[in-house]
Design a protein around this ligand. Structure first.
Ligand code: GLP
Length: 244
């Protein structure tokens, strides 16, 4: 779906999430959200915060799982996804801290493998992701599933692509400061979500959006796996849609 800009669709996506939260709440069920970082979802979070403050939208029944985190990365670091999520959403709504799940960028190397298996198990044990919000990287990554990621992959540690590190360099004040690794939910984890919405804004996403939507399904562009998901919507602005 193509919009003129990112404002209106961000509000519509926030409304879809809010409706899901209320629907689950009416049934006394948890609402399990898979969340993304980056600039793309910021306006969605802004609108959810507004709905909490002005319309009383409660997050008391919400459990969240974030897609990814740099590794190694301290929670208190302003470049961490932990910091980002608290700054843009969690600090401003009534979500219970114990219902927030973000991969821990400080887990020891020895514990990392088991930690990822446990993160995956936790998602399954609560009944899976009701909704997954996604952005897309210029390499075609979703989460940090870089080219080469298997369609069946689960939560794991991954080596970041050079282009991904170049794109992250400004916020780290130079590429040398960008971590070389990350923890990410897998393609299999994302694909298990009942509903997926991918957001892409601006001309610098146009080329990868064209490959993702019109190209062959290939591990070289992991986002192409979404073509096989039954309930995914790509939401674009005019800029991101220019190559379609
Ligand atoms: C990072 C994140 C992705 C995100 C991507 C795009 O690599 N790990 O989850 O989708 O950046 O970021 P932006 O939305 O800022 O373009």
């Amino acid at each position: 779906v193509i919009f003129d800009d990112s404002k209106e669709p961000s509000i519509l996506v926030a409304r879809e999430i809010a409706d899901l939260i209320k629907e689950k709440n009416a049934k006394n069920k948890p609402c399990v959200l898979g969340l993304a970082t980056g600039s793309s979802p910021i306006k969605v979070y802004e609108e959810l915060v507004r709905m909490h403050k002005e319309e009383g939208l409660s997050f008391a029944n919400v459990t969240t799982f974030n897609l990814d985190e740099y590794y190694p990365m301290d929670k208190s670091n302003i470049q961490s996804y932990f910091y980002f999520m608290h700054e843009h959403l969690f600090n401003h709504v009534d979500i219970l801290p114990e219902n927030i799940n973000i991969p821990d960028g400080k887990v020891s190397a020895d514990d990392l493998y088991q930690y990822c298996i446990d993160y995956e198990k936790k998602i399954k044990s609560i009944g899976g992701l009701d909704f997954q919000l996604l952005g897309i990287g210029r390499t075609g990554h979703i989460g940090f599933n870089e080219p080469g990621s298997h369609f069946n992959s689960g939560t794991r540690s991954i080596t970041l692509d050079h282009i991904t590190r170049v794109d992250a360099a400004p916020s780290f004040l130079g590429i040398d400061n960008v971590p070389r690794k990350a923890i990410t939910m897998g393609i299999g984890t994302v694909m298990s979500a009942k509903r997926i919405v991918l957001l892409a804004w601006g001309g610098n996403k146009a080329e990868i959006i064209q490959k993702t939507i019109e190209g062959h399904i290939t591990s070289e562009v992991p986002a192409t796996y979404l073509q096989n998901h039954k309930n995914t919507t790509f939401i674009l602005d005019e800029g991101a849609a220019t190559e379609l």
